[in-house]
Design a protein around this ligand. Structure first.
Ligand SMILES: Cc1cc2nc3c(=O)[nH]c(=O)nc-3n(C[C@H](O)[C@H](O)[C@H](O)COP(=O)(O)OP(=O)(O)OC[C@H]3O[C@@H](n4cnc5c(N)ncnc54)[C@H](O)[C@@H]3O)c2cc1C
Ligand SMILES: *[C@@H]1O[C@H](CO)[C@@H](O)[C@H](O)[C@H]1NC(C)=O
Ligand SMILES: *[C@@H]1O[C@H](CO)[C@@H](O)[C@H](O)[C@H]1NC(C)=O
Length: 486
């Protein structure tokens, strides 16, 4: 009898649990990048466990993704924890330390000794230092100018306009490569398009610190995403996610909503119904017709989405039979000063990160990225080799392998991260995140302060989920957006 009672109680509790779950709302999350995973975990923690994550690719992590290149795992997407050693703790830095992710402080102090001329040879250290110092002082002046602008955003200017006001427009190859390193290497777009008011000073560095650490761990930077996923999704003994609430290879093509709920349709014809949907795809994807909405998104929403920029940042890895570049302290990063701004400009050698691998990384952005994505890798390799020969001489060995990620051509990304362009004020930015009925939005491009970054994606997932939870729990679903005139 006692035994029966125990079983009876267990069954009752189980039934009660099922009833409760069924009574709670159901949420579909589109995309399993860091923001989607972070939003799902936040919902789950709040007791909203009837969730379904639909991801187009065969893996989670999205733009945080490792790949094997010539025997080592390198990062195709995010590589640095940016914003460390400041007043506030970057949550990604906490995770990286918990996971003991192998990482390296990036020291850019010695660039003045490592800047190459287009025609060969190094610039004199003092000559480069002068250009760097001037660029830094113009930037510092720009910070004061930026903070003095009215918060309405009406008087926002581009970084380039600020440089003109300070009577310093970079024009020589050396000035241009230093300028590129300071702005494009961070934002993946030139100072001409980038908003001064919203990027100078940058919240990431102002709040979390100026330092950046390069993640070079064979488990991949994506470990941070798995770390969060493992906290609420069922995993097998081997650590694989086996939770049926995560569905991979599910490409969402259509989202319709009515008063009673949402219907999400995938390319393979599956139809999923839920109470709410959280869309975490990149703003680049939202600027295409990959996902159609019914009813169509309102005009204010479309304008806000289309006005923002999806930038392109391309990390080209090259493998050599042996090294021919300088090694030792203060040689990790080097610059190539071309007359053509942004032509194979910033280089990095990996003696510490991937010892013995003889791998170099060169980064290009924007127009160069789009051009390079469209040409065969053999042409890109030939171009990079020509640049390397002008830096290190004719007798260097030919690269044996090249890796050219194509984030811009990829219909699931359409670029690498968002950049804040001139002409978008706070009010319009907040409209990017604002829900439309039962359709909510998250992703790095919705982060209140940190768009474009890993921590931005993670924190945005939490914020967007909390917006939805508030609506579900209190019935208070109106999202107030600060007026543009205040
Ligand atoms: C080359 C590169 C370098 C970077 N460097 C850094 C760095 O050093 N430091 C840093 O902090 N940040 C960096 N970033 C930015 C950082 O990676 C991103 O901000 C962050 O990972 C974005 O996460 P997310 O969840 O917003 O978007 P995503 O990672 O894009 O997640 C969205 C998910 O949705 C999926 N999806 C798309 N369309 C559909 C669909 N129709 N149906 C279903 N699923 C869909 C995608 O496959 C993806 O998994 C870099 C990014 C790139 C690409
Ligand atoms: C390189 O720098 C580190 C840390 O500053 C120092 O400990 C080390 O001795 C230096 N190595 C060489 C070869 O100078
Ligand atoms: C800076 O780089 C030069 C040239 O590669 C190198 O010789 C020098 O040791 C470096 N200096 C410091 C302080 O790291």
């Amino acid at each position: 009898m006692g035994e029966m009672g125990d079983i009876g109680t267990t069954v009752l509790l189980l039934l009660a649990h099922i009833a409760l779950a069924a009574a709670g709302p159901s949420v579909i999350i589109v995309g399993a990048g860091f923001s989607g995973i972070s939003a799902a975990k936040t919902l789950s923690d709040a007791g909203i466990t009837d969730i379904l994550i639909l991801e187009a690719t065969d893996h989670i992590g999205g733009r945080i993704h490792k790949t094997n290149f010539a025997g080592i795992n390198v990062e195709m997407g995010a590589n640095w924890v940016e914003g460390v050693n400041g007043d506030q703790m970057n949550p990604i830095w906490t995770m990286a330390n918990e996971l003991k992710l192998r990482n390296f402080y990036s020291d850019f102090e010695n660039l003045s000794s490592n800047t190459y001329k287009q025609g060969g040879g190094l610039y004199k250290n003092s000559e480069v230092q002068e250009v760097i110092d001037l660029s830094d002082s113009v930037h510092t002046d720009g910070e004061s100018l930026s903070t003095s602008l009215p918060s309405s955003g009406r008087s926002d200017i581009s970084v380039l306009t600020m440089q003109r006001l300070k009577d310093h427009v970079p024009s020589t190859p050396l000035e241009m490569v230093v300028d590129y390193y300071n702005y494009d290497y961070e934002f993946a777009e030139p100072p001409r398009v980038t908003s001064l008011q919203n990027t100078v000073p940058l919240a990431t560095f102002a709040n979390f610190g100026e330092d950046v650490y390069f993640v070079a761990d064979q488990r991949g930077y994506e470990s941070v995403v798995y770390h969060v996923a493992h906290q609420f999704l069922r995993t097998s003994r081997t650590g694989a996610i086996v939770d049926p609430r995560l569905k991979l290879n599910k490409l969402v093509r259509h989202i319709s909503q009515s008063r009673s709920g949402v219907v999400v349709t995938t390319e393979d014809g599956s139809v999923y119904k839920a109470d709410y949907v959280m869309v975490s795809v990149s703003i680049g994807v939202l600027q295409t017709k990959l996902i159609t909405f019914e009813p169509a998104l309102p005009q204010w929403k479309i304008l806000a989405l289309y006005q923002f920029d999806m930038a392109v940042y391309t990390k080209i890895f090259l493998k050599f039979p042996h090294k021919f570049w300088p090694e030792g302290n203060g040689t990790e990063f080097f610059l190539y000063a071309s007359e053509r701004r942004g032509y194979y400009p910033v280089w990095q050698q990996f003696e510490k990160q991937y010892p013995g691998a003889n791998v170099l990384l060169v980064t290009v952005t924007d127009e160069e990225s789009r051009r390079i994505e469209q040409q065969p890798d053999s042409e890109t390799k030939a171009e990079a080799m020509e640049v390397l020969r002008s830096m290190f001489g004719k007798n260097i060995p030919e690269a044996t392998d090249i890796l050219v990620p194509r984030w811009w051509s990829d219909r699931f990304y359409k670029g690498t991260f968002s950049n804040w362009p001139i002409g978008v004020n706070r009010y319009e930015y907040d409209q990017i995140r604002a829900p439309v009925g039962r359709v909510y939005f998250t992703g790095e491009h919705t982060s209140e302060h940190y768009n474009g970054y890993v921590h931005g994606a993670y924190l945005a997932g939490i914020d967007s989920a909390n917006m939805m939870i508030k609506c579900i729990k209190t019935g208070f679903c109106k999202v107030t957006i600060k007026d543009k005139e205040t």
